[in-house]
Ligand binder design. Structure first.
Ligand code: PLP
Length: 345
């Protein structure tokens, strides 16, 4: 077997969702955009539907259409990018609920699919998606008269509880959505942890379900085991890998593993990321290349046939730290070449 093995623990994922649901004041949905943060949208959503999730969130109508195929009729599938030009057939045929982001999207949706349910996304200060207060004021009466299923907004700084944007956005969303009879949604993972003032009727956790920060109590969901292709001894003064960024100072044993930056193990991890074996840790030696990693295994008592780069010994956030990024990017970059194994499917 020449590729890495990505094990996704759906029991841990379900436990994370239930934990976030217990902390949420109202209903708890699930965000499964970007193929369920790299973990498999169909597998993740199918399991969470069994746990009781009734609303799922994706980024685009194409993702929504694929998800409907996996979930079947019933659960609400909300599309953050709203009703884009060309989306009408997908929205209709797969019973998707677009989050309308502008008066233009509202007009497009109501002209193309009169009577078809929709949500509205409001901008409470992030300035990324959603209607600004004057747009909402101008269209609100019309939009509330139709099948409006959700009114939502998104926090820019919820992973930092001390950030003044949190309270400012809460005030803005509360004011803009006052008197709305449709359910309201404001909190992603970070917002759930800010407390019940931020929850409204429906929460939308993503990263915490998949075991990532800022949900500090999350159980790890992914394990990534990479096969050893060969092992060699390197004499003092010899180099390892492209651009000779590692030079052996003493006799070293170097293992070459099958996975590289084409699999989402980004080049910035070179000479820095750790891997774990049953009896110890070892570190990357030299540059990450497209399909291969080189690892200094000198201090391991024996070289196993696989070394883990993600798992209980190194979380997505710890690997992100040495890679100069965030856990979200590590997860959504997980390669397509890995063999995917699901526990608890
Ligand atoms: C991605 C996203 C979420 C989920 O955020 P997490 O931080 O992963 O929990 C919720 N709402 C919106 C609008 C998003 O874009």
């Amino acid at each position: 077997m020449g590729t890495g093995i990505l094990t996704i623990d759906l029991d841990a994922l379900a436990a994370n969702w239930r934990d976030l649901a217990r902390r949420s004041r109202g209903e708890t949905g699930a965000v499964v955009k970007a193929n369920g943060y790299g973990c498999g949208a169909a597998e993740v959503a199918t399991r969470l539907a069994r746990e009781g999730a009734r609303r799922f969130f994706v980024a685009t109508s194409e993702e929504g259409a694929a998800l409907r195929g996996a979930l079947g009729a019933g659960p609400e599938i909300n599309v953050f990018s709203g009703h884009m030009a060309g989306d009408t057939a997908l929205i209709r045929d797969h019973a998707l609920t677009p989050m309308l982001n502008s008066p233009e999207q509202a007009a497009r949706h109501r002209a193309a699919l009169p009577g078809h349910p929709y949500g509205v996304q409001l901008d409470s200060g992030m300035n990324r998606l959603g209607m600004e207060a004057p747009d909402w004021a101008a269209t609100r009466a019309d939009l509330e008269a139709g099948p409006l299923t959700l009114v939502m907004s998104h926090l820019a700084c919820a992973d930092d509880p001390a950030h003044p944007m949190n309270a400012a956005q809460l005030r803005a969303f509360t004011a803009m959505s006052a008197g709305v009879t449709a359910p309201r949604s404001f909190a992603a993972t970070g917002g759930i942890l800010l407390g019940p003032d931020y929850h409204f009727d429906v929460t939308r956790p993503g990263v915490g379900i998949y075991g990532g920060q800022p949900f500090a109590d999350a159980r790890p969901v992914v394990r990534l085991s990479l096969p050893v292709v060969q092992v060699r001894d390197v004499a003092p003064g010899e180099i390892v890998g492209y651009s000779a960024t590692f030079t052996a100072d003493t006799p070293r044993r170097i293992a070459t593993l099958s996975a590289g930056y084409a699999d989402g193990l980004i080049r910035y991890m070179s000479n820095a990321a750790y891997l774990s074996a049953p009896h110890g840790k070892c570190r990357l030696a030299g540059r990450v290349s497209m399909d291969l990693l080189t690892v200094d295994v000198t201090d391991l008592p024996a070289v196993p046939d696989h070394l883990d780069i993600l798992g209980p010994d190194q979380t997505v956030d710890q690997l992100a730290e040495v890679a100069g990024t965030i856990g979200y990017e590590i997860l959504t970059s997980l390669g397509r070449r890995y063999q995917r194994l699901y526990l608890g499917a």
